[in-house]
Design a protein around this ligand. Structure first.
Ligand code: ZN
Length: 810
């Protein structure tokens, strides 16, 4: 076992090439399986297979005293073969050709696809295999791919002499493990690898998944580092992958208590380097906040207070002027000054000179006692900053007196990180419920700390109480949730999301089980509301693979804005090939079967079927099935139509105007609000794909109408006149409770009479009238509109959808 080899291998294939980004780009929008109860994107499955296969190869093949460079070609060939192991599925989805297996024909489609139906050329090799590996390997790759799946027909290349024959084993390990992972998660991965490699080498560690998703991901990440030898003194093995509560690796077993001890020792520094913590300092107020609650070296905390105070002085907040810079030989005293002036509210200072200065500043402020009392703090600070040369020895004395007390303040009363580690290793899923007064309003754990954190949306809004009803002005929060809050605030800041608004989290994840990629990347992509090109960046692609789930905070202003955000989340999911669950912060991440799941869904979403998507795209055409699974492609097309129409009409809330996904309601919405609804190709495609029958039926109605009434070219009123006459007759007949036969006869006669009145040439026949009415009757029955109430509710919408079909038929 070679501890550096896995890291080097990942650097070779993930960190320094576009392979992962290309696969995500080309195959992220397709489904891996027909069965959507165990689904991920095709890209996620492919990359899991690549990762697991390469990790297993590295574990077995690279000796302790060897370098990965001796195997670099093998690693690249293996990764390329695994990237291509589902080429038949990819080709079917991308080019809609029904190829059977990974044959030469299939490979030709992948490397040199035929032009599209409209004659445009298609670019070959969308995963960039030859750029990654070099040319001249196609036969070797096909040889390996044909031996990856056991059922595959491999007769075609039986005679081929390839030097990469030894890699067959790892192709099978990669693909079969990734397939099992889809259905059976980390348990299945463990069993599968035990069978293929031997149970002595396969290890699985289980944890208790924390209620706090960011902390959970951080601890899980550190556990993988310990196993891989990146943290601690020894290497236990090569990590194969993880789920949110377990790790599977190849190597030696690790003692649980030992692992816990190593993590407990290193996690504070890790949290401290990966996240920024802030105290809360305003011109008139100060609170240690999270700084007082986590165990960090005191000088690190002092630095944080110093920076906050520098920012305060630089901003000029609370005063009339600001500083351009803060001299270092004054700034070093800021932490003790904040403690004395803000935290303790001193009026008397250790030297007379300081006390006098404080009083002079106080007297110089205009206004009443309370104004003076408030302003004096920041004014005193500014005075000392401006004249610090004259206070050198006084400030030194002040520091000697105040610093011990400051350090005492910063010493945490509770060890939040220790509690987290305990819960992760030994915890129960639901912590002990305290009595109402001492229950954490976020996780329900026991606590007696009360917090008031001002503006933050989480503390302000009562809706965040998931487990405990809000019963007091001050909410109790446990030290673990408070720490999670500090991490969340930092993530929000990096994503440019304000915590003052109502917050939700989109959890993006490839699958429950994620093949482990040990590449360090510091970039945080903002994949919602971000730059659309970001996912093509290999660094962002690798940073998506680093955590178990990618946490994307998002703020929500109102229902329409939420719909717009959901649209972006769905777009990001399709682009990244990741599944997504939208939920609250401070809730344990729960994966879903569906590709898109929304735990906070709204009524407008439900009405339009935008609350869930079971798949990335539609079921393939070769699947004979009556199922009509929901999928992202349809949802995004509907969003696009709403947005196009909304823009044309200058709507402020375009996503709330439509309440049904039916042909006549969408046609009505478009015709009423868009000047050129009938020529919108997106709309036409949507109807043709998802409302085929209703569109056809209404077109039949329109054609019968044209037969009867002739083509009308002037007003919309004229074009729809005969259809309105017919609907009015249906309504009036229904009103008189006519039975069906009589009703139809009645409508026919009314329609005939109306057409005849305007028919100057005298061509109208009763047969034409009957055919027109029969077509309308069929549409109404098929679309469940054939009763008085529905008919009168939908009359205008039907007229507009008739108009749409009429124009299409001309
Ligand atoms: Zn809590």
């Amino acid at each position: 076992m070679n501890p550096d080899a896995a890291r080097e291998a990942h650097k070779t294939i993930v960190g320094s090439t576009d392979l992962y980004a290309n696969v995500i780009d080309a195959a992220g929008q397709y489904d891996a399986k027909v069965d959507s109860s165990a689904n991920s994107s095709l890209a996620a499955h492919i990359l899991n297979a690549v990762t697991v296969g390469v990790n297993a190869f590295v574990y077995e093949a690279v000796g302790e005293d060897e370098s990965l460079y001796d195997y670099e070609e093998d690693v690249r060939v293996l990764a390329a073969a695994l990237a291509l192991h589902d080429t038949n599925k990819f080709v079917r989805e991308a080019y809609d050709v029904d190829v059977d297996g990974n044959t030469s024909e299939t490979f030709d489609w992948y490397f040199d696809p035929e032009p599209a139906d409209d004659g445009t050329d298609r670019e070959g090799d969308p995963f960039g295999i030859e750029e990654f590996l070099g040319e001249g390997y196609r036969d070797d790759l096909q040889y390996l791919v044909q031996r990856t799946e056991l059922g595959e027909n491999s007769a075609e290349l039986r005679g081929l002499d390839t030097e990469f024959r030894g890699l067959e084993r790892y192709c099978r390990i990669g693909d079969s493990t990734a397939s099992v992972a889809l259905k059976q998660g980390s348990d299945g991965v463990y069993d599968q690898l035990s069978t293929l490699i031997g149970s002595d080498d396969v290890q699985r560690i289980e944890f208790t998944q924390l209620e706090q998703p960011i902390l959970n991901d951080t601890l899980l990440g550190m556990a993988k580092e310990v196993v891989a030898g990146e943290t601690g003194d020894r290497t236990y093995g090569v990590v194969i992958g993880s789920s949110s509560d377990s790790i599977v690796y190849l190597g030696d077993p690790v003692e649980r208590s030992e692992l816990k001890e190593i993590i407990a020792g290193h996690i504070p520094t890790k949290i401290n380097t990966e996240f920024e913590f802030d105290c809360k300092l305003g011109w008139n107020s100060f609170d240690y906040d999270i700084l007082g609650e986590i165990a960090l070296p005191p000088d690190r905390k002092e630095k944080n207070i110093r920076e906050a105070a520098e920012d305060l002085l630089l901003s000029g907040s609370g005063r009339d002027d600001s500083f351009e810079s803060i001299p270092d030989d004054f700034a070093e005293y800021l932490p003790v000054l904040i403690k004395a002036v803000y935290e303790d509210g001193w009026k008397e200072y250790p030297t007379e000179k300081l006390t006098n200065a404080f009083n002079e500043v106080y007297d110089s402020i205009e206004g009443g006692k309370s104004t003076k009392g408030q302003k004096v703090k920041v004014y005193f600070l500014a005075h000392l900053c401006k004249n610090h040369e004259g206070y050198k020895s006084d400030l030194k004395i002040l520091r000697e007196e105040v610093q011990p007390a400051l350090y005492e303040d910063l010493e945490p009363e509770m060890d939040a990180i220790g509690t987290v580690v305990d819960r992760f290793f030994d915890g129960r899923i639901a912590p002990d419920l305290g009595s109402k007064d001492e229950m954490c309003f976020l996780c329900g754990g026991q606590t007696d700390t009360k917090y008031q954190k001002g503006l933050s949306g989480i503390y302000r809004t009562q809706e965040y109480s998931r487990r405990v009803p809000p019963h007091a002005k001050y909410k109790s929060i446990c030290e673990v949730c408070n720490l999670e809050y500090a991490l969340l605030s930092d993530i929000c800041e990096r994503h440019d999301v304000s915590t003052n608004n109502s917050l939700e989290i989109a959890y993006f994840y490839f699958d429950d089980f994620l093949g482990d990629v040990r590449v360090r990347s510091n970039r945080v992509g903002n994949i919602v509301q971000g730059d659309g090109d970001e996912l093509d960046d290999p660094e962002v692609a690798s940073s998506l693979f680093q955590p178990q789930y990618f946490i994307q905070p998002m703020y929500v202003l109102d229902e329409n804005h939420r719909m717009a955000v959901v649209r972006q989340v769905m777009e990001a999911a399709r682009e990244s090939g990741m599944k997504v669950v939208v939920g609250r912060p401070f809730t344990r991440f729960e994966s879903a079967d569906a590709v898109f799941a929304d735990e906070e869904t709204t009524r407008p979403q439900e009405l339009l079927g935008l609350d869930e998507a079971e798949r990335f795209g539609p079921l393939p055409s070769f699947v004979q099935d009556d199922r009509t699974d929901s999928h992202l492609r349809r949802a995004l097309q509907l969003f696009k139509i709403m947005s196009m129409v909304g823009q044309d009409a200058n709507m402020s809330n375009p996503y709330l105007q439509l309440d049904r996904d039916t042909f006549h309601s969408i046609a009505d919405f478009a015709v009423v609000n868009h000047d050129h609804a009938v020529t919108l190709s997106d709309l036409e495609q949507y109807f043709e794909t998802y409302h085929t029958e209703a569109l056809m039926d209404m077109k039949t109605v329109a054609e019968r109408g044209i037969d009867l009434f002739g083509k009308q070219f002037d007003s919309k009123y004229k074009k729809t006149k005969i259809f309105r006459e017919a609907l009015d007759a249906f309504l009036s007949g229904k009103n008189q409770q006519m039975d069906d036969d009589r009703l139809i006869e009645y409508v026919e006669s009314q329609v005939y009479a109306a057409a005849d009145r305007e028919d100057y040439a005298g061509h109208v026949t009763t047969e034409e009238a009957a055919a027109f009415v029969a077509a309308i009757h069929e549409y109404l029955v098929e679309n469940d509109l054939y009763d008085l109430k529905k008919l009168s509710d939908w009359e205008n919408a039907l007229v507009n959808s008739y108009y749409y079909a009429y124009e299409q038929s001309l």
